[in-house]
Write a protein that binds this ligand. Structure first.
Ligand code: CP
Length: 452
């Protein structure tokens, strides 16, 4: 039998589309009788390391492992761990992954923390939410629920509403919806639009392009959120289905995915007229068959009057989290095998150059919430991946995936730096290129400046 290779789930991109669909079928099997699987992971131990509050993610993972016959050890809050004494996440996972536990689920307030955990732990690491970056297992639950409700994901019209900037759930969900060929209408609360790096990635990796439109056709969504970005695709299957919604061509709304304002990640921003889904939202012809979704916790974004409406599926998303996470853990621990191929990173990221740790002598991630600018300052080496070599080169942080433009490229041997557009740059071997955002960065790294 082939040796089981460690797999982590840091981003939803760590699973191929075929793997996700096959996991849905396993989740169906687990769900059919939750009590029939207590031998599958007997003897295994899962550790939940949660440095941020959680109800659903931690408890559903713990329930899933107990239902699989394994055991659970848990650090349920930051204050109960040696983090308060200054221990790094890297040291924590090195200790807990191994003789303490066979699989780790980590939630952490800093963007990119899950990638750090995955790099340092010798056992599979699952991202239970890292800052505003990603929450891939919530996305698995969301996709699974929507797939069961609608029988497919391709071609669905999904409205994403509320705080799209800081909601890690939304970021993972966007990438997955784009990959499955769903159409996405973003309906942000003003000031909480989808971040540029997410939009760029949707465009670059999935051929999905942003446009804007009115959403006045959605009644009951009070507040001042009346602008929408509509994401269309160059792929023909996504263009064929559109009819009219406001100023946007869509056939119907299949799901409205509501999010709360992520107050823990933005201080003092007024959200007093935040949009709210009410019964009148579902009275429109366009929303007749829509499903109302929410990752929960709900604060005040969905009227309690909707809870008994069969189109409200937010509690079902949470319920299905247990069989979905049972399937995921059984897979990552090698207890079930899938026929599906693993993701081919080069096909997921067309045009990207997998440079690994590129010459990032002067680069610093621009995301102040990135772990490299917080606890990782003490021990993490900067790590960027070149996602676009041209006009100007774009690199993404290897931890939080935030992008930066490198307008200056140096030769690591001659220590001369050029503007990115200089002909000399094309003569530098990719592995020998050192990237800078500014002349000052190049100066500080000891590079001589050559104008061209
Ligand atoms: N959806 C979600 O992540 O919920 P918790 O914060 O309660 O885990």
């Amino acid at each position: 039998m082939a040796e089981h290779v460690k797999r982590d789930l840091v981003s939803i991109e760590d699973l191929s589309t075929a793997e996700i669909l096959e996991l849905f079928h396993h989740a169906d099997e687990f769900k059919a009788n939750l009590h029939a699987w207590s031998d599958l992971c007997r003897g295994a131990i899962m550790a939940t390391l949660f440095f941020e509050p959680s109800t659903r993610t931690r408890l559903s993972f713990e329930s899933a492992m107990l239902r699989l016959g394994g055991g659970v050890i848990s650090a349920a809050e930051s204050g109960s761990t040696s983090r308060v004494k200054g221990e790094s996440l890297a040291d924590t996972v090195r200790v807990v992954g191994g003789s303490y536990a066979d699989i780790l689920v980590v939630r952490h307030p800093e963007d990119g923390a899950a990638r750090v955990a995955a790099r340092y732990a010798t056992v599979p690491v699952i991202n239970g939410g890292d800052g505003a970056h990603e929450h891939p297992t919530q996305t698995l639950c969301d996709l699974y629920t929507l797939w069961k409700e609608k029988g497919r994901l391709q071609g669905l019209e999904v409205v994403l509403c509320g705080d799209l900037r800081y909601s890690r759930t939304i970021h993972s969900f966007c990438y997955a919806l784009a990959r499955f060929g769903a159409n996405i209408v973003t309906m942000p609360y003003p000031g909480f639009e989808l971040p540029d790096y997410v939009l760029h990635r949707l465009r670059r990796d999935f051929g999905v392009q942003a446009a804007t439109a009115s959403v006045e056709d959605l009644p009951g969504l009070a507040g001042s959120s009346n602008a929408a970005a509509y994401l269309t695709s160059s792929k023909p299957h996504q263009l064929a289905l559109f009819t009219k919604l406001g100023n946007v061509e869509v056939s119907r709304i299949d799901a409205i995915y509501m999010t709360r304002a992520q107050r823990e990640r933005h201080e003092g921003q007024d959200t007093s007229d935040y949009p709210r889904v009410t019964p009148s939202t579902l009275s429109a012809a366009s929303t007749k068959d829509a499903r109302i979704m929410h990752p929960l916790p709900r604060v005040d974004e969905i009227s309690y009057d909707l809870d008994d409406d069969p189109r409200s599926i937010y509690f079902r998303q949470a319920e299905l989290g247990v069989p979905m996470r049972m399937a995921l853990m059984a897979y990552l621990m090698g207890k079930i095998q899938l026929r599906a191929k693993q993701p081919d990173l080069l096909s997921v990221m067309p045009g990207s150059v997998m440079a690994g740790s590129v010459g990032a002598a002067g680069l610093r991630c621009r995301n102040e919430r990135c772990i490299t600018n917080n606890e990782g300052v003490r021990y993490l080496k900067r790590d960027f991946r070149v996602c676009d070599q041209e006009s100007p080169p774009t690199l993404s942080c290897g931890f939080c995936t935030r992008e930066i433009e490198a307008r200056f490229v140096g030769n690591g041997t001659s220590r001369i730096v050029y503007r990115y557009s200089a002909a000399e740059v094309r003569r530098i071997k990719p592995a020998n290129r050192v990237y800078f955002e500014s002349e000052a960065q190049a100066d500080a790294a000891g590079f001589a400046w050559q104008k061209s």
